[in-house]
Structure formats: C-alpha cells, structure tokens
Write a protein of this length. Structure first.
Length: 221
C-alpha cells in the first residue's frame, strides 16, 4: 500500500509538472463550448436542448488529449523497466497512472462541465446529475484510455492508435450518460442510463488494469 501511495504521488507530480495538469484539456473544452454556437446557430432554445449532451461529448474528446504519454514517457526513458522490477505489480502501476490521470484531468473537466452547460443555456436542475455523470464517466475514460495507451506502447504513431482503440470504448458511457441527462431534463425515466454507466465504469476499473499490465509486459519483452 505504501508503494502504491508513492506511485500515485509520482504520477500526480508528473501530470501537473510536465503536462500542465488540466490546462490543455480545459482549454480544448472551452474552445468547443465557444465554437459550438457559431456552428449550430445562436437560437437559445436549440442550444439549451443540446447543451448537456454537447458538454458531455466534449468532455470525452478532451480526455483523449493527454493519453498518449501515459505510459510512453516511462517506456522511453527506462522507468517502466524499473517499475516492473519494483515491489508493486504493473497492474498497480497502471491503476496509479489512471487514478492520477483522472484526478489531474478528469475531475477538473467534470467540475467545468456544468459551467459549460450553463453557458450554452442548459437548465440549472440538471447540473448535479451532469457533475455525477462527468465524474463517473471521466473515471471510465481514464482507465479505458490507459488501456489504449498501454496497447499502443512502442508504436510509431501512438496518438492515432490510442484514438482508434479508445473511441469505440468511450461510446457506451457517452450514450448512457447523455441518455440519463436527456431523460432527466425531459422528466422521463433516467436512472437506467446512470446505472448502466456505473456498471460500465466498474467493469473498466476492474478489468482494464489486468490488460494494461499484460500489455506493458509484452512491450518490455
């Protein structure tokens, strides 16, 4: 447990020190929110109808920005070899990396999602559910993105490969989260979408580290 805490602190330090923390993802998120009214028209009722879904989709796209370097920098400088020989298994290393990714990028994006939705004219009553969906979905994005980064480890075009791998995996939480938000806004049943997203997130957190550990060992061999 002590080794895991050290790993988590290290990953958080790297995420904030080298990658600038959530600044790049938040900037991309803000650009999407600013450009959307220019593309779809400035009619308030149109923007209000799509605001929660767009804020949720933009969060998924923003989560892609820093995934490529999640394992790559440790692989290039030999740190991953040392971590593989350390007291913590590679699965625990993968969990620490994904949790740090979520804390440094996913959680700030989730807190920014209500602001973006309000700017687009969304109803205030949907904000608590939007934050919850964004936090849960962001956790799933971090672990699924870590899986894509591990599978693309050592490839020449890792960023493109990561996007190809993870975008289909991002689709279910986006669909479930957007469905829950739309149902809640319209006064329709919405708990099913939220429960499905929670189940999907739990599966990603439980199974992705096993695949990430195996992918890292394959890359090191």
């Amino acid at each position: 447990m002590k080794a895991f805490g050290v790993l988590l602190r290290r990953e958080l330090s790297l995420a904030w020190g080298n990658g600038g923390g959530p600044l790049l993802a938040l900037t991309f998120y803000a650009c999407v929110v600013v450009l959307l009214p220019m593309a779809s028209g400035r009619a308030p009722e149109r923007l209000a109808a799509i605001a929660p879904g767009i804020a949720w989709l933009a969060l998924a796209l923003a989560a892609l920005l820093s995934l490529e370097r999640l394992f790559e920098r440790d692989y290039e400088d030999g740190t991953l070899d040392l971590l593989a020989l350390g007291p913590a298994p590679l699965e625990a290393v993968a969990v620490a990396k994904c949790l740090a990714q979520w804390l440094a990028t996913g959680a700030p994006l989730a807190l920014a999602a209500p602001v973006a939705a309000l700017m687009l004219g969304a109803d205030l009553k949907v904000m608590p559910l939007l934050v919850l969906c964004a936090l849960v979905g962001g956790l799933a994005f971090a672990f699924l993105g870590g899986l894509g980064a591990a599978l693309a480890l050592g490839s020449k075009r890792g960023g493109l490969l990561v996007a190809v791998i993870v975008l289909p995996l991002f689709a279910p939480p986006v669909i479930f989260g957007a469905g829950a938000l739309d149902g809640y806004s319209a006064g329709l049943p919405w708990t099913g979408g939220l429960l499905l997203m929670l189940a999907y997130c739990a599966g990603a957190v439980a199974l992705s580290p096993l695949a990430m550990g195996a992918a890292c060992r394959n890359a090191l061999d």
